[in-house]
Design a protein around this ligand. Structure first.
Ligand code: GTR
Length: 365
């Protein structure tokens, strides 16, 4: 594993106090959760999550799938998602999946017979997932907030945030907020097992999935694909995408405060192994790809290694059990924190899905 100098310590509070007990960790966890929300992804006004209503607008039944088309409402806002249920399984686990902007028109969410057909960069092989006994709740990120500059002011945020400030929730927070409202719905849906609820995503969707699981314990699993900068990758000594790149190229993703760290990674009071550690002791699967230097696989892996200490030291469970340097195409599934680096480009493809389902079969069945 790569060594980092001057990495802030997970087990030391901002004021220097040390985490000695499990109770201390719960306080530290809250400190970190609040820090990432207030400084990176952005905040919603108190009670923003209240007052949503849901309607099931259509139900389609076949021997392949039960599909529910659902919408959530608050004020003038309406956001849609689809729930796919395997008809042959009682109370299946359910996976919440964000479909990214550039691929929205390439997904046919009526084609439940698809196995490998969806775009290879960020796939959703519904046929396989349903056959293996998992339900899927899928949404387009644009249903929450458009992925474009100024997008942070639109969609769900336009109803919840009267005026954007330097700490207000921005686009990734909106996609995450939407996943959490899907979780609200799923908790009242008697056709799924909401105790086995996962959140999954690729790249910017991976950042979203990680932040969502880090801040909402109802998700007992997260699959974080090639999430890189401001996802699982440690920001210090990052040889790929830097804070200045991401803040410049995607001004609507993160808060104004976070932009002040562009070029100043060393001044962050945290690093992203801490975001990863917030998922402990729940199931987490982080992936990298060999040809994805921009996401800095070394820093994604190191992050998992360091976060593993929270699994073992605080909760007494196995985190990541892996070789010192991960071997390509070898899946590390032993502990609660799984990892693989696949041969290939920046993607969440069919291979990743199969490994994801193998891991869940092992842990959940
Ligand atoms: C890249 C970006 C990454 C990642 C990715 C994606 O261009 O620099 O942070 O989010 O896009 O979402 O596809």
């Amino acid at each position: 594993m790569k060594n980092f100098e001057n990495l802030p310590d997970i087990f030391t509070f901002f004021d220097g106090e040390k985490v000695l007990t499990a109770d201390d960790w719960e306080r530290r966890r809250k400190e970190l959760k609040d820090w990432f929300t207030e400084n990176v992804f952005g905040c919603y006004p108190f009670g923003a999550e209240k007052g949503f209503t849901f309607s099931v607008d259509a139900v389609e039944n076949s021997d392949r799938a039960i599909i529910k088309r659902i919408s959530m409402h608050k004020g003038d806002y309406e956001g849609k998602f689809s729930l796919f249920l395997p008809p042959h399984v009682q109370n299946p686990p359910v996976l919440v999946y964000a479909i990214l902007k550039n691929y929205e028109d390439k997904f046919d969410l009526s084609d439940v017979d698809n196995y490998e057909k969806t775009p290879s960069v960020t796939s959703l092989p519904l046929g396989v997932i349903l056959d293996r006994g998992y339900a899927v709740a899928a949404y387009f990120v644009s249903a929450a907030a458009p992925d474009e500059p100024e997008g942070e002011k639109k969609g769900i945020n336009s109803v919840l945030i009267k005026k954007q400030t330097s700490v207000s929730a921005r686009a990734i927070a909106a996609w995450s907020f939407f996943a959490k409202r899907i979780a609200d719905y799923l908790e009242s849906e008697n056709q799924v097992n909401a105790k086995k609820m996962g959140v999954l995503g690729h790249s910017r969707g991976g950042k979203t999935a990680l932040y969502t699981a880090a801040t909402d314990e109802r998700f007992s699993f997260a699959f974080v694909s090639n999430s890189g900068c401001t996802g699982a990758a440690i920001a210090r000594d990052n040889t790929g995408e830097r804070l200045k790149d991401i803040n410049y190229n995607f001004p609507h993703w993160f808060t104004q405060v976070y932009k002040s760290y562009s070029g100043k990674e060393e001044q962050l009071p945290v690093d992203f192994h801490m975001l990863v550690s917030l998922v402990a002791p729940r199931l987490l699967y982080v992936t990298s790809s060999t040809e994805d230097a921009w996401a800095c696989p070394e820093n994604e892996f190191a992050s998992c290694r360091l976060a593993s200490e929270v699994y073992s030291r605080i909760y007494g469970v196995k985190g990541l059990i892996a070789d010192e340097t991960p071997v390509a195409d070898k899946a590390y599934h032993e502990g609660n924190l799984a990892y693989h680096i696949k041969t290939g480009k920046h993607s969440f493809d069919y291979y990743d899905w199969l490994k994801c389902l193998d891991f869940l079969d092992k842990k959940w069945k």
